[in-house]
Write a protein that binds this ligand. Structure first.
Ligand code: GTP
Ligand code: MG
Length: 440
């Protein structure tokens, strides 16, 4: 579905408020169907709209659809995490608490991370505080025993028949020589007050150095409220998204990230202790949006943005004071900055009241299309527009989606402007410009 949206944008290379609104609406539908929380979708789409409007005029050479994807990507990873990150083991022992909804994959994730840390040369201690589900502690023990590691590397501890406070104190003491201690807990539902209270107590007695929220990729819309409920009781420092080996797109992770303020660290990609992957922003977002080669696209856009800066410089040197189409674009941008044609005209004697609002809106649309056409031109064409004829016009039209007729008219405008620049009769310039724009 995202692909369809992109194809739709592809056929547009200029933006007006209406078509951007359409794009944003479609984007909202896609994010909602990927299970991103409604509030989050609203926030993200607002940001994207603002940024597209702001950045499009400065991103010459970048197609609108690519710009939309780039901005969407940047906004998403701002929430999810912009890079792969590691848990910094800042002291010894470093205590990590695992929390999450029932069945979210906490116990499996504890075992996966035990293996991960052991492989990184750390001495790991593991224990469980899940006294609610039968056989929960045995499940963790079995998973840990399955890890192929030096027996010395991973130590599993359990003691029975004491209070929560006593149990935590005793086990922490036994494991005090470990580099890192991983603590499993029972699943909590946001409406089970006694379990949430118990979590608060665990947090208080354990004083963990780091708390990981484990969320199931299939959790969807519920992720937001559940995360908020947990966040109101304990700190959340990082997120593991489990079951990413299934068909879910993992949109719930965005909700969990927003609600907790924490970033994604790892993904669970299977039931075995080896099935752990570090989070990678590009592949996570590609999957969420169902986009194949996001990496390639982002690299291309970056390159284009860099090259444009370079091209501009070269262009300025070559043009040496001549009126180029880049200057024309700058003029158009100045008009926009000054509040649009309507405002400018109302200040010019002889013009105020001459045009109806709709006529001026129409002219502004034409100007936007001209800008798109200029974006599709080569440097030579921008400096010396008189070479733009025949097959060049066809090419520019195809590249920008702007009608050939409009491009020819742009060249005509340019020539008029060039002439008028010489005798500096700005008033007449406007008059002529507007007259022939109206004839379109
Ligand atoms: N396919 C797949 N299955 C997973 C993954 N992580 C966990 N599971 C499975 O999901 C189920 C629940 O996992 P647990 O680790 O027991 O979840 P939990 O959060 O500890 O569950 P409770 O302790 O009951 O709250 C088990 O059948 C796991 O094998 C994963 O990344 N991929
Ligand atoms: Mg468990």
């Amino acid at each position: 579905r995202f692909k369809e949206l992109i194809d739709k944008i592809r056929s547009k290379s200029y933006i007006d408020k209406k078509s951007l609104d359409e794009i944003i609406k479609e984007l909202q539908r896609i994010l909602l169907s990927a299970d991103v929380n409604v509030k989050v979708v609203f926030e993200i789409s607002k940001r994207i709209k603002e940024r597209v409007l702001n950045e499009y005029s400065q991103s010459r050479g970048v197609q609108l659809k690519d710009l939309v994807i780039k901005i969407l990507y940047e906004e998403l990873v701002k929430i999810l995490g912009e890079e792969k990150r590691d848990i910094i083991i800042a002291k010894k022992p470093f205590v990590i608490l695992f929390i999450g909804l029932e069945g979210s994959g906490k116990t499996t994730s504890v075992a996966k991370l035990a293996k991960y840390f052991a492989e990184n040369g750390l001495r790991v201690g593991v224990f469980s505080l899940d006294i609610h589900r039968p056989a929960a502690i045995e499940q963790l023990e079995q998973l840990v025993n399955r890890i192929q590691a030096d027996v010395e590397k991973i130590k599993f501890i359990n003691i029975e028949g004491t209070s929560l406070n006593e149990k935590i104190r005793t086990i922490l003491d036994i494991l005090k020589d470990r580099d890192v201690i991983l603590v499993d807990t029972a699943g909590r539902h946001k409406n089970e007050e006694s379990l949430l209270k118990e979590l608060e107590n665990i947090y208080k007695y354990l004083t963990p150095d780091f708390t990981i929220l484990v969320i199931d990729a299939y959790m969807g819309q519920k992720a937001y409220d559940h995360t908020l409920a947990l966040k109101s009781r304990v700190n959340i420092d990082g997120i593991i998204v489990s079951k990413m080996d299934g068909s879910s797109k993992g949109g719930g992770a965005i909700s969990a990230s927003v609600a907790s303020g924490a970033k994604i660290l790892f993904l669970g990609v299977g039931e075995k202790v080896d099935d752990l992957e570090p989070y990678d922003p590009k592949s996570f977002v590609s999957r969420l949006l169902g986009l194949g080669d996001l990496d390639g696209l982002l690299t291309r856009v970056e390159r284009l943005l860099k090259r444009e800066v370079h091209d501009e410089k070269k262009l300025r040197e070559l043009a040496k004071g001549r009126l180029t189409l880049v200057d024309v674009v700058t003029q158009f941008e100045n008009i926009e900055k000054m509040g649009g044609l309507y405002k400018i005209l109302s200040y010019l004697p002889g013009f105020s009241g001459k045009f109806r609002k709709e006529e001026i809106d129409e002219m502004e649309t034409v100007i936007r299309k001209w800008k798109a056409a200029i974006n599709s031109m080569t440097i030579e064409e921008k400096i010396n527009p008189s070479i733009i004829k025949g097959s060049r016009i066809t090419r520019i039209s195809r590249g920008s989606g702007v009608d050939e007729r409009l491009i020819k008219n742009l060249i005509k405008q340019y020539k008029i402007m060039q002439k008028l620049m010489k005798d500096r009769k700005h008033k007449r310039m406007f008059k002529e410009m507007l007259k022939s724009t109206r004839q379109l």
